[in-house]
Design a protein around this ligand. Sequence first.
Ligand SMILES: C[S@@+](CC[C@H](N)C(=O)[O-])C[C@H]1O[C@@H](n2cnc3c(N)ncnc32)[C@H](O)[C@@H]1O
Ligand code: SF4
Ligand code: SF4
Length: 340
Amino acid sequence: MGIYTYLNRNTISAGNMINRVLLMTDYQKKKTKARGFPNLLYIEPTNFCNLDCLMCVRRKMKRAVGYMEMSLFSKIIDEVKRYPVELIYLMMFGESLFHKNLIDMVKYCKKAGLKVGISTNATVLNAEISRKIVESGLDFFIISFDSVDPSTYNKIRKGARYEKTRENIETFLRIKGKRKPTTIIQSLIMKGNRLEKKKVQGIFSRYDVTIKFRPVHNWSGEDEDINELQVNQRNLNQNELCDKIWRHLTIQWDGTVVPCCNIYDKQISFGNVKEKTLKEIWNGERMKGFRKAHILGRGKIKFCKDCSYCGLSTKEKIALTVFDSLSQEKILYNSKKWRD
Ligand SMILES: C[S@@+](CC[C@H](N)C(=O)[O-])C[C@H]1O[C@@H](n2cnc3c(N)ncnc32)[C@H](O)[C@@H]1O
Ligand code: SF4
Ligand code: SF4
């Protein structure tokens, strides 16, 4: 795939480029105030999930299970459409397809000129939902499918059935054909699933889809069972500055704003979008204080010290400055090696 594949309006727009440069400069210069606006947002439609996957930290979640109100969702989008936001992921700790307004959410973003992505476990991805997804204008669709061996799959994705998920995925891919969304079948690599790339590729080779194998990360490292699942672990360097808090924001279904998608409860919160704008929260005292604590040393922050999900190589810093967030995701999913 050539570099031109990744050039789109968001990549070349002067406003977006300036924003990316500001975000990366403030990160590298260790500024507590970020002059840019986060160009990638995670919004959690719901934290309800029908599965209990081996590698997912969701099982530790204690906060209430609920669904984001459409009025709150539109308030967020009405604010952020004014800023150089390049990708909205409608997902976090739950299965977004269970939100009755998910398709309306996608359409609302598209009407506002925003790019949208979703990740799904595909257990309820039937023909009707598949058609609606394709027609909604969704840009990026990650389908989780962690093993081609039925018993391994059923063990990893506890509560799902291999045959049903595979049938759902194939139904979706048939309906989609060569149209949008750009679709990824993502297999998480962990101890216990000996994946054979060729087999997965064999199953889906006739469809317009990218297969991605990605090592599991440890969320924040506090779950021993998940730590144990990791393969090809990165050497943790606690002095590595977390890039996420200079580039992203995550909003839980009730409006609570947290630094990243590792925060399954409310361990670290910067406020609520029902009470403040995202712009105020982004450079509010709590967020600036959190950046400062990171600058002084991640190793001293309880929740962040063992996190394997942050820090950037020089190559990545360049890519994150040059490309928009959606292209960054596509590049990552097409690259030979996942950095985690
Ligand atoms: C928390 S899930 C929510 C979306 C949806 N329920 C799903 O499973 O696709 C978001 C993404 O995190 C991935 N994920 C879960 N546990 C992971 C881990 N330990 N390391 C890396 N990715 C993980 C899932 O496969 C999914 O792509
Ligand atoms: S990985 Fe997705 S499907 Fe599995 S428990 Fe977590 S949120 Fe649910
Ligand atoms: S160090 Fe990890 S857990 Fe902490 S804010 Fe960064 S990405 Fe999130």
